[in-house]
Design a binder for this molecule. Structure first.
Ligand code: KE4
Length: 432
């Protein structure tokens, strides 16, 4: 049988790119399939190199909250391109972007642009350590904060273990100050503070964990982290690379009314272009070079074309807060309908969702942390994912990712998806 264009491209890609992809999850490894090579996108849909159309529930892993091909964004990007791609100098667009972010997120009094979520988190941790003059940080097993050395830590097995590297090439010295706690377990955080509270610079948390599927914070969890940090003089860092400008104009901190000291951003802030940012209280951010002694820099940070995309997207979102209400309501109904489908089929399942983020797990027990997420039937998920892909529904090719809905996911598109899902799962279950 003749190869598809995606298969042919993948065959070439693996010769010249590690794994054939520029980011591991795109290789479809965890579901054992060949990646689709995407040629174009519009609204809620992707189109691959073989002309297949998919309803897209990845949205480039979060940035495309307006949907693909948003005119507001494309026009501003084209205009910026005509005026020059990059200057390596201060521009008015960076001031506009910074004022926009500070205006939308009250806890952010100053913000620095970088080029990815990884860079934002790496820099935020450095600022927290510089501000507190402490070295240790607490992160949560199952939360992902980009690939900087100090955060590539093996899941800690309790309070007494120092972080050990979770990647080749990361020296022990880079992770020994990274302590792992369990998501939704204040006790596991208290144990770290009880043991070395005066050495802990920061607690970094995804306020909605979206890298082990989607795991919402239990009531009191984020508030508890806030008070522990206050009690021990540590900073609370909200990694809002996914939730920022997605759950609402002021992200998860606005959604849950818990104020961090530093916030990191990515994805939505760039409108599809490479943008990350970190910001927070003025007295903290004033430590960042050239003002203060915490060094951080970047050739393309605040790039005019990327700023144009981000400003256009954030401005549209700021001017239409009702879009969030409508999207989150539509998404809530959508995920509730998925529960209805799975319930009728008698499958063990959990569906977690917050706003336009959601995740289906095949498991009886509630998914509240990494252990319970890992206990789900990932093989069944892989079959489900591949089957849905074949039906034209493009889901994240991993159990431990989120479904991202956009403003372009209309009621009709969601109903079409539910119909396909019910039909496929009914057929599929007769086979397993
Ligand atoms: P980037 O460096 O990939 O822009 O952002 C890193 C990052 C930081 N913090 C959170 C909470 C994140 O989710 C991410 C990156 N998210 C993944 C998807 N779960 C990106 C997809 C990929 O790695 O290709």
């Amino acid at each position: 049988m003749e190869m598809t264009r995606s298969e042919a491209l993948y065959q070439k890609a693996v010769q010249v790119i590690p794994g054939g992809v520029n980011s591991p999850v795109r290789a479809f490894g965890s579901i054992g399939a060949t990646p689709k090579f995407i040629k174009s996108a519009q609204g809620a849909c992707l189109y691959d190199e073989d002309g297949n159309q998919y309803i897209d529930y990845v949205g480039s892993w979060g940035p495309m909250i307006l949907g693909h091909g948003s005119q507001e964004v494309l026009e501003k990007v084209a205009d910026a391109c005509r005026r020059g791609l990059s200057f390596g100098a201060a521009t008015a667009a960076e001031v506009e972007m910074a004022e926009l972010v500070c205006g939308m997120v009250p806890s952010v009094e100053m913000v620095r642009m970088v080029n990815s979520g990884t860079e934002a988190v790496m820099s935020a941790i450095r600022v927290a350590r510089g501000y507190t003059r402490r070295d240790k940080i607490v992160k949560f097993t199952g939360c992902y904060h980009g690939h900087s050395d100090g955060l590539l830590v093996r899941a800690g097995s309790g309070a007494m273990t120092f972080g050990s590297p979770d990647s080749l090439g990361v020296p022990m010295g880079y992770t020994q100050d990274t302590l792992s706690a369990d998501y939704n377990s204040l006790e596991s955080v208290e144990a770290h503070f009880a043991r070395c509270g005066e050495e802990i610079a920061a607690v970094i948390v995804e306020p909605v964990a979206a890298n082990m599927g989607v795991v919402p914070p239990m009531p009191g969890f984020l508030e508890g982290l806030r008070s522990l940090c206050d009690r021990y003089g540590a900073l609370l860092v909200f990694d809002e690379v996914i939730t920022g400008f997605r759950l609402g104009p002021d992200g998860a901190q606005g959604y849950y009314h818990v104020t961090p000291d530093i916030t990191t951003f990515g994805k939505v802030i760039g409108g599809g272009m490479p943008v990350g940012a970190y910001g927070g209280r003025r007295e903290v951010m004033e430590l960042v070079a050239p003002l203060g002694g915490v060094y951080q820099a970047g050739t393309l940070s605040g790039n005019p074309v990327a700023m144009a995309a981000g400003i256009a997207q954030l401005t549209a979102l700021k001017e239409h807060p009702e879009w969030y209400v409508q999207l989150n309501e539509r998404a809530g109904r959508f995920f509730q309908a998925i529960r209805g489908i799975l319930g009728k089929l008698g499958l063990p399942y959990q569906v977690n969702n917050v706003g336009s983020l959601g995740c289906l797990y095949f498991t009886e027990e509630a998914v509240t942390d990494y252990e319970s997420a890992k206990a789900s039937d990932t093989e069944l998920f892989a079959q489900y994912c591949k089957g849905m892909m074949a039906q034209g529904i493009y889901l994240a090719p991993s159990q431990f990712e989120a479904m991202f809905l956009s403003m372009s996911h209309t009621e009709e598109i969601l109903q079409e998806t539910l119909g396909i899902m019910e039909k496929f799962l009914t057929f599929f279950l007769q086979k397993i």
